[in-house]
Design a protein around this ligand. Structure first.
Ligand SMILES: CSCCC(=O)/C(O)=C/O
Ligand SMILES: [Fe+2]
Ligand code: NI
Length: 180
């Protein structure tokens, strides 16, 4: 179940707010400039889907986002617990970073934890299958896929190059809860 937990960025041990209600989550995130919607990820992709198969299955969703916002490129990130690079990839995304464009992700399988550092708060969004999230350009954030990753997400970019990040060098992520 999707969830949002909000902390102060100075106190990681005691959440200020928590909900699993999609409407309440949406309200809190929208108020901070973050788009959060429940879309329909209803295509059967098999156990380990090839990126092209995921794109083909969800071309209609990509087309909708491109028509709305003019996005220029997209790719698929899909990780399973048997991926030999899972620890390195987990560590990479656990570093706080920003992008020069909105971070648009459509979860079509599994789950992952987006942690958004907005003003003086940290918003931890547990994104699950069906969730569309768009984090404004320049928002410091990190992402936890957990020790046994299991998710497939379509990433949509506002540039032709795809994923480009600037790491902030702030170790804030180390203080906050992670997925098991
Ligand atoms: C579900 S996408 C996770 C990886 C990524 O693209 C990113 O930018 C995390 O912050
Ligand atoms: Fe990111
Ligand atoms: Ni909960």
């Amino acid at each position: 179940m999707s969830a949002l937990t909000i902390f102060s960025d100075k106190e990681a041990s005691e959440p200020q707010w928590h909900s699993t209600d999609p409407e309440a989550i949406q309200q809190q995130l929208n108020a901070r400039g973050v788009r959060f919607e429940r879309w329909e990820a209803d295509r059967d992709l098999g156990r380990d889907p090839a990126p092209d198969a995921v794109i083909n299955a969800y071309q209609h969703a990509i087309d909708r986002l491109v028509a709305e916002k003019g996005y220029q490129s997209w790719d698929v990130i899909s990780l399973r617990a048997d991926n030999p690079q899972k620890e390195a990839l987990r560590a990479k995304f656990l570093n706080e970073h920003t992008h020069g464009e909105d971070e648009v992700r459509f979860f079509v399988e599994g789950a992952g934890l987006f942690c958004l550092h907005i003003d003086d708060q940290v918003c931890q969004v547990l994104c699950e299958k069906n969730d569309l999230i768009s984090v404004p350009a320049g928002t410091p954030h990190w992402f936890d896929m957990g020790s046994e990753p299991n998710f497939t997400a379509i990433r949509i970019f506002d540039n032709p190059e795809g994923w480009v990040a600037q790491f902030t060098g702030d170790a804030i992520a180390d203080a906050y809860p992670r997925l098991p």
